[in-house]
Design a protein around this ligand. Structure first.
Ligand code: GLC
Length: 614
């Protein structure tokens, strides 16, 4: 088939729904025609090898649902200085068994007013210090040759105040003002403030910013220098789609839709998850299926499960391909602090009841804070009231309560709601920082064991595991951000430290913390990639353990069964697993174990594989 015909064919299959949804939002046929023309242009400009990738993926649309993807996220400068540096580190990435890298925001952003790169001033230029668009293309090409997929952020809710649209709006150009939310008095902003919660209550209170030079308020849900885009304006939608397609054409495989629940605003609502936000995601899915079908959409929806799951759309009308498993992440740390697995078990039971088409990205830590968005109605029945419990968790992880070995800091401590979130690197939260500082070998062994157990538990869950760069060698909190005036006000920089390559060189030495963690993770990765029970189609369920400190997950597929058991306590515990009869081998220790009376050492875990009858 001629390539133009391929485009025509894809468009004609989806044209009616695309047009219908677009008209529903914008009722503007000429802007729709412009969109289709530009989609064709981007299709034509797409490199031949990317088109080949598209065709391949179209024949196997579920390619990302196997058990062979392992992700790692990093800031380019922290990891390898610049894009070319990342290219040079691809061997290390392969050594980590990682085949999916999330390059944290790297587009042009004003220094000191960047929100970690999430305030983009030019969607088509790479930040100078990090390289050029050509470097990006070269990197994605090199990654593809090694079978590594590349993910980037598409920060679509807002632009930086330094973006050319913002600059023109600031000068009073009505066309550009209409791309944002501008008000010459506080009446409408004050109405919004009554119903819209705050994202950064301490570091950036309120949802509007007064611009003294142009005598207007502008909507800024995040920092004052991040101006919310007005997606009611079809020009905004079209132009942002062109940016999206431009970036997809640089060889990006996975596009993370940053802060997607916030993109549509309506007065008298909380401006979160409105139906139009879903329409926009559906439109993006259709558009990428027409122009660049190998590209996956990853939605960043940091909310409770009922709000997250709708971003998958339906089987007939899908939206995102993948979503973050944020509640499980928070519930995991709750379990660490309480040694009580009941909440995590309930959370996993909910996930196990969802369609297997839904692919979650599992993680222990990311670049953001941990918000304690837990299921409080059910926790209250177990004696954990919301506000005191959040306070306990924040105290615990700062090392101030409950026999804790964790280290970290608060984030956006809200004096009104008494809510605070938490920052800290995985290793520090597991006690590696404290044990290292105190040179306590026993404590270090326990901390490493906890760290590995949490990873093992995450790897056992359905979905794609995502590591935060540095976690594979147990990198701890980095307090140096406090000395940098551009970072000091944002404690999330605590867990965004630069990769320590001197420590990384120790991975071959099994007597070091780095070596122990790296090889522990390597074993988990090998098991996950080779055992078929880790595929998305496998049946997964939690197993009764008769012990609140021990969580157990069973996965079965094609007649094979694997049972994971995880001791969240620093004491030895025994579980009586309600598992099918048989002889089980522990893939971690290599020994045989009996699930109906399973003794686990402090923070020990096992992956029990049922032996086949010979
Ligand atoms: C996302 C990012 C976060 C950023 C926010 C605003 O939530 O993960 O780091 O502050 O978007 O763009």
């Amino acid at each position: 088939m001629q390539t133009n015909q391929i485009f025509e064919k894809r468009l004609s299959c989806r044209h009616d729904e695309l047009r219908w949804l677009y008209m529903e939002l914008y009722g503007n046929p000429s802007m729709f025609a412009e969109l289709c023309d530009n989609m064709f242009q981007f299709y034509k400009e797409r490199r031949r090898e990317l088109k080949a990738r598209d065709s391949l993926r179209e024949t196997e649309p579920g390619w990302y649902k196997k058990n062979d993807l392992l992700g790692m996220m990093f800031y380019i400068d922290n990891f390898a200085q610049n894009l070319t540096g990342v290219e040079k580190k691809l061997d290390y990435i392969e050594q980590c068994s990682v085949n999916y890298i999330h390059l944290m925001p790297f587009l042009e952003t004003p220094d000191g007013r960047s929100d970690g790169g999430y305030a983009v001033s030019d969607f088509r230029t790479v930040k100078k210090e990090l390289g050029t668009m050509e470097d990006l293309e070269r990197l994605t090409f090199a990654c593809h040759k090694k079978g590594i997929h590349v993910c980037m952020d598409f920060v679509m809710n807002h632009t930086s105040e330094d973006h050319e649209w913002a600059k023109k709006a600031r000068q009073g150009d009505g066309e550009y003002m209409s791309r944002y939310f501008f008000y010459d008095n506080y009446e409408i902003p004050s109405q919004y403030e009554q119903t819209v919660p705050q994202v950064f209550p301490t570091t950036a209170p309120g949802n509007f910013t007064w611009l003294d030079d142009c005598r207007h308020y502008v909507m800024t849900s995040f920092y004052p220098y991040q101006w919310d885009l007005n997606y009611k304006n079809p020009r905004v939608f079209n132009e942002m789609i062109y940016n999206f397609l431009f970036l997809a054409n640089k060889g990006i495989d996975i596009i993370r839709l940053d802060a997607v629940p916030y993109i549509w605003k309506e007065l008298h609502t909380n401006c979160r998850n409105l139906p139009q936000a879903h329409t926009i995601v559906r439109l993006m899915r259709i558009i990428s299926e027409i122009v660049c079908p190998s590209v996956l959409l990853l939605g960043e929806v940091v909310m409770e499960p009922e709000k997250v799951v709708p971003y998958f759309g339906t089987v007939e009308k899908p939206e995102c391909h993948m979503l973050y498993n944020v509640t499980t992440m928070a519930a995991t740390w709750h379990t660490v602090a309480t040694r009580d697995v009941r909440l995590l078990k309930r959370q996993l039971d909910i996930l196990h009841s969802l369609p297997k088409e839904y692919i979650f990205l599992n993680y222990l830590r990311c670049h953001d804070d941990i918000g304690w968005g837990l299921d409080y109605p059910s926790l209250e029945k177990e004696g954990f009231a919301e506000i005191p419990h959040k306070q306990y968790l924040n105290d615990y992880f700062r090392g101030l309560a409950g026999n804790s070995v964790s280290r970290g800091e608060l984030y956006n401590d809200d004096p009104v709601t008494k809510d605070a979130r938490f920052c800290g690197a995985t290793a520090s939260m597991c006690g590696i920082e404290k044990a290292g500082f105190e040179q306590d070998d026993n404590a270090m062994a326990k901390a490493i064991q906890l760290d590995l157990m949490l990873h093992a538990c995450m790897f056992m869950q359905s979905g794609i595991p995502m590591l935060y760069s540095g976690d594979e060698i147990g990198q701890v909190n980095d307090y140096s951000y406090k000395e940098n005036p551009k970072k000091a006000g944002d404690s999330r920089y605590l867990h965004r430290g630069a990769m320590n390559w001197t420590l990384a060189n120790r991975i071959t030495d099994l007597n070091t913390v780095e070596g122990k963690l790296f090889h522990g993770l390597e074993l988990l990765e090998q098991i996950r990639k080779t055992e078929r029970v880790f595929c998305a189609e496998a049946d997964a369920r939690t197993v009764e353990t008769q012990n609140n400190a021990i969580l157990s997950i069973e996965r079965s597929y094609g007649g094979e069964t694997l049972i994971g058991a995880f001791n969240f306590s620093e004491d030895e515990k025994t579980a009586c697993l309600n598992a099918p009869d048989g002889i089980y081998t522990d893939l971690i220790s290599g020994g045989d174990k009996t699930p109906d009376c399973l003794r686990l050492m402090p923070y020990e875990f096992c992956y029990l594989k049922k032996r086949k009858l010979s």
